[in-house]
Design a protein around this ligand. Structure first.
Ligand code: FES
Length: 107
């Protein structure tokens, strides 16, 4: 698949998360230490939007049952999570953020 523009860089607060879509796929975009990361937008445990969760120390905490994922790797870090989160490759060009759903994010 190809790069898709998904958001403006300026719309992603440093240390925060915003939701977006790539085609029909919900994703979550994070800014950590000046770098942008992308993961699938829905928790692997149940139907919760990670963009409504909390970012801390490079982790996203799910708003529904407080499961945590490593944002860079997508690794599930604690119960009740059993499945890792997909990560996606990100490219920033000026104020445009692009995601490639076919490519895994660099951790
Ligand atoms: Fe995310 Fe349960 S839905 S931890």
């Amino acid at each position: 698949m190809a790069w898709q523009r998904v958001a403006s860089r300026s719309a992603i607060p440093d240390g925060g998360v915003v939701g977006a879509t790539a085609g029909e796929t919900p994703i979550a975009l994070y800014a950590i230490d000046g770098r942008i990361y992308a993961t699938h937008g829905i928790c692997t445990h149940a139907l919760a939007l990670l963009s409504e969760g909390w970012v801390e120390d490079g982790k996203i905490e799910c708003p529904l049952h407080q499961g945590q994922f490593d944002i860079r790797t997508g690794k599930a870090l604690c119960a009740p999570l059993e499945k890792d989160l997909r990560t996606y490759a990100v490219k920033v060009d000026g104020d445009d953020v692009f995601v490639d759903l076919a490519a895994q994010g660099a951790s």
